[in-house]
Design a protein. Structure first.
Length: 69
């Protein structure tokens, strides 16, 4: 589902997850030593997820202790 959302916005799945957290006022600290990934991590401020996409991501069951993505 995240891949489908990413395709609609012409972004990567990682960018969508980072943007989803930003829109929820969660501080994100992405990490990479790869220049391409660093640039991708920065390139998340030129789009906003619509409410349906925000809700769809929030409803994903991740079975994780932390609500990171």
């Amino acid at each position: 589902m995240i891949k489908d959302i990413a395709k609609r916005y012409h972004k990567t799945s990682a960018q969508v997850v980072l943007r989803w957290n930003i829109e929820r006022d969660v501080i994100v600290i992405p990490s990479s030593s790869d220049k391409k990934h660093i640039e991708e991590n920065i390139d998340i401020f030129d789009f906003k997820l619509d409410q349906d996409d925000m809700q769809a991501i929030a409803l994903l069951e991740r079975h994780e202790k932390h609500d990171w993505y």
